[in-house]
Write a protein that binds this ligand. Structure first.
Ligand SMILES: [Zn+2]
Ligand SMILES: [Zn+2]
Length: 320
């Protein structure tokens, strides 16, 4: 869980690959969350819980590991998530673990790079780790609770070369799983909707479209699709323009298409199996029939394909 900003502040809960699971618009003083949660956990932590609660009920029992930055982390939140059987890991502010038996941030800064300290709160089953990298990093977790570490590569200014530095596993896990929101941001910013609106909320509207497209593209890839994000976005645009673009000349005629690609696009819409409703034609006019070999004079049409169909032809027209 991480905050992003594009004029508005949005709290995003993403999966590792960048899929936006849920989000919450920051509303300043007007907070529409759970007041009890806000009192107990603080406004930011309450947002994490609100986002999790907004998942559909059948998903609540899944064993999530949730990662967040120091804006959200508190021992109350970690304990609450642990009680709900979720793993939780987050960076923490230095003053948050005053009572932890760890070296202070200042004395840690004097240690050599890679120095690590651990402390465990056995009652709440939280492990806190302080690690000296370029700066001091503090992470708390209810799930990565062993003090294993391995080497990571870092550039050393004094030695002018890459050196290996000890890095605790909890920090590596945090870094690995925290990148989802950044990945989403990268994807969204790559092909951002360029149309500008005058209304303040316009950027939220275009962001929602862009992020929805990103999610759809990730699902496309997950299910074996091979389109690049650009090709995927292009195809969506083409499909909408083909179907809803410049209306065909002459009333009652099915949309004509000039190119092979557009023809394919109309075929794709025709067989997509989504929301093809047989409706009355406008002013009860007869539409040119699209049903193959049909002898009837249809007073009905498909609401999506915009072609005249009688009841008998409706099904066969939409099935390959
Ligand atoms: Zn249709
Ligand atoms: Zn017919």
């Amino acid at each position: 869980m991480k905050t992003i900003r594009f004029g508005y502040k949005v709290w995003c809960l993403n999966s590792d690959d960048g899929y936006l699971v849920t989000f919450d618009l920051y509303q300043g003083r007007i907070y529409e969350g759970n007041e009890v949660n806000e009192k107990v956990f603080g406004k930011c932590a309450a947002t994490v819980l609100k986002n999790i609660d907004s998942l559909s009920e059948d998903k609540w029992s899944l064993p999530y590991n949730i990662y967040f930055d120091n804006l959200f982390t508190s021992s109350q939140l970690l304990t609450e998530l642990n009680d709900r059987n979720y793993g939780a890991t987050g960076t923490i502010r230095a003053n948050w673990c005053k009572h932890c038996p760890l070296k202070s941030v200042d004395s840690m800064k004097k240690q050599k790079r890679g120095t690590t300290e651990f402390a465990t709160d056995k009652v709440n089953k939280i492990m806190v780790c302080r690690w000296m990298d370029n700066a001091v990093v503090s992470v708390a977790s209810t799930v990565h609770t062993n003090n294993a570490s391995s080497k990571v590569k870092r550039y050393s200014q004094s030695e002018k070369k890459n050196v290996e530095v000890d890095c605790p596993k909890i920090v590596q896990e945090y870094n690995q799983h925290m990148g989802g929101t950044d990945r989403q941001n990268q994807n969204v910013n790559k092909y951002r909707t360029g149309i500008r609106g005058k209304k303040l909320y316009w950027c939220i509207f275009t962001w929602l479209i862009d992020v929805t497209e990103q999610n759809a593209w990730l699902l496309h890839k997950k299910s074996g699709g091979g389109l690049s994000q650009f090709e995927f976005k292009e195809q969506i645009a083409h499909t909408y323009l083909t179907r809803f673009g410049t209306p065909p000349k002459g009333a009652g005629r099915p949309p004509s298409c000039s190119t092979k690609g557009e023809k394919q696009m109309l075929e794709d819409i025709r067989f997509d199996g989504i929301e093809h409703y047989l409706v009355e034609t406008q002013d009860n006019k007869i539409r040119r029939r699209a049903g193959e070999g049909c002898k009837k004079r249809p007073f009905s049409q498909c609401s999506k394909c915009n072609v005249g169909l009688c009841l008998a032809c409706n099904l066969s027209f939409h099935i390959k």
